[in-house]
Design a protein. Structure first.
Lengths: 136, 136, 136, 136
């Protein structure tokens, strides 16, 4: 069974570009967040995720004419209370601008701490386990 | 000879906090950028740096009452055209909120590509080399 | 001859929403900027405009489910070196979320000061004048 | 009795500056928000305010060397469920960069609509009325 993947096309804004004339490095992380939201939507209750770790390699600069960007994201690992994603950000014309990974933790917003993934969430992300169900 | 290090205190803004009530994950990268700017200032001409890679572990959430934040940054490796930094972001009360590393590339803004670090830059960051000077 | 108008559909991002659960007030101004860019594109050289004044009435809050937003913009007055726009921001379902006006000044980026609108710009925005041409 | 006023010094970030090399127009609205937060703090419960209207005149551009900026804010009118503020943003060296006004509405976060100012809030902002107390 394949792990979930998504692809989102994201508009850029004038204010996303900095004095060097290219997409500011922090904006990439806003875009990854949109990709994570697209990937987790429908997997469980709203907003139960927080980011635990991110790695990003900036491979080619993005100028205004390179947008909109596409973020392709794939679940690559599913743990007990967290899962990992691989991201690739491409220009409108297809060149890869950045590649990275995120580690996401299921979050209990009231307790403000991590919680186990539910069996439904595990299945939504592509985990193929009876085990996940029994652990819920 | 010690590698350069800096510590900057950074104000947070209301708009930095998201619907989960904590500092949005992308804002941390704006703060790291301020730390990198503080570290590179005076090391050479203005704005000759771009970010090639970032890794960040989010260790504890930051709520409005945790600001201002401090970003402590240290040069940990100096290469031919790039150097690496270790960052630690702490709350006003000292708890570590995030830890990460950046890889910075010296940038030729006209050619829009990397360039070798100058001997002056290498010395400013703490490289202890005759080699650096001869390579300039 | 009608003054130029445009309508742009703009995606929202998770990081655009603040702790009150609605679109942060400053983000509206990023969206107006996108609308102004759409309106001025093709009217003359790139980026020759700066914002001199903005007024905005926030009429209804915008929550994540209200996006994407549409910004409808119309030139309402054309002066010697500036022009005025009326904006209306609507939710995806059509309710008006905000209304405002912008005053834009033609900018000489080298001299860092205002410059007269060119006859081509005046025509592009919808001015119907022989006068504009002679004044260029 | 004088209406409340405040003055806040605000750091700028590299990412606040856009491709024209000056402070992006939307960032000014983040700064005004900080000023409003400083003015309302202690006047009542947390976050009970929303912005209803803003007007801003951009008078001089702000480049990186002009920060930190100061926002001076004064209550200029107090109504039943709203109040008005006058803002002045100055460069570190004192020149006025922008002037504007905000209209703020007291907000009932559960009902998601406006509410009357409490007598305590009216007094905190400088209203000199027995009337305010009886109207609460």
């Amino acid at each position: 069974m394949a792990f979930r993947e998504t692809s989102v096309d994201l508009q850029l804004r004038w204010s996303d570009f900095d004095m060097l004339g290219h997409l500011n490095q922090a904006v990439y992380h806003q875009l990854l967040e949109e990709a994570r939201a697209a990937l987790t939507v429908g997997a469980g209750p709203d907003f139960p995720w927080v980011l635990a770790r991110v790695e990003l390699d900036y491979l080619a600069e993005v100028r205004p004419e390179h947008g909109p960007l596409t973020v392709h994201t794939q679940v690559v690992e599913i743990g007990r209370s967290k899962f990992s994603l691989a991201h690739e950000i491409t220009r409108a014309t297809g060149e890869v601008a950045a590649r990275g990974t995120s580690v996401i933790v299921a979050w209990d917003i009231d307790a403000r701490r991590s919680r186990p993934l539910t069996p439904e969430e595990r299945r939504a992300f592509g985990a193929d386990d009876a085990e996940g169900a029994s652990r819920g």
